[in-house]
Design a protein around this ligand. Structure first.
Ligand SMILES: CC(C)(COP(=O)(O)OP(=O)(O)OC[C@H]1O[C@@H](n2cnc3c(N)ncnc32)[C@H](O)[C@@H]1OP(=O)(O)O)[C@@H](O)C(=O)NCCC(=O)NCCS
Length: 145
């Protein structure tokens, strides 16, 4: 089940940030997103457990997807696809017309996911990532409202 994030999900999301990324968001940073009216975060729930999450911010009709992760125990079950699809549907109702994100050049699973969901490459940010240093591909998906 995909739902809007609630305060009780924040510790699990922060734990997954640490598990999945070399430069994770802190628990306080994730918590502050719940009070940010520009932000929309969704979680995929398996009972009480957060199996995955996606975080976004929308400014002037353009949305930036900042975070997406699925817990290793729940991968390859369509959860990331469900999260991003639900995010796009929710954004359509909020006046957004596009979703932009950065992905590591070497992140083959994520790149395959975004290709499947119809994202197109619109640019490259040289040495965008640290730990290890790597280029980011900038991907975008647009839609008619
Ligand atoms: C990338 C990630 C979010 C995918 O989550 P997931 O729930 O396993 O993905 P899904 O099961 O929804 O997969 C949907 C599609 O993505 C692609 N995909 C996902 N994982 C893949 C893998 N390991 N290898 C190849 N393709 C993959 C496939 O096209 C898949 O469709 P299919 O099952 O019909 O082949 C997950 O691997 C993850 O959390 N990785 C670490 C964090 C990360 O890299 N986040 C993205 C930052 S930009």
């Amino acid at each position: 089940m995909v739902a809007k994030i609630k305060p009780q999900h924040v510790p699990q999301v922060a734990a997954q940030e640490r598990l999945c990324f070399s430069d994770p968001w802190s628990e306080a940073s994730v918590a502050s997103e719940l009070d940010n009216e520009l932000s929309l975060w969704l979680v995929a729930l398996e009972g009480e457990q957060v199996a995955g999450y996606v975080g976004s911010q929308t400014v002037l009709g353009e949305t930036d997807m900042m975070n997406l992760a699925v817990h290793p125990d729940f991968r390859r079950q369509g959860i990331a696809e469900a999260l991003v699809t639900a995010l796009v549907e929710a954004l359509k109702g909020r006046g957004s017309h596009c979703l932009t994100l950065e992905v590591r050049y070497s992140n083959a699973p994520a790149r395959a996911l975004y290709e499947k969901l119809g994202f197109c490459q619109v640019g490259v940010r040289k040495n965008y990532y640290r730990n290890p240093k790597e280029d980011a591909l900038i991907l975008r998906k647009e839609w008619e409202n």
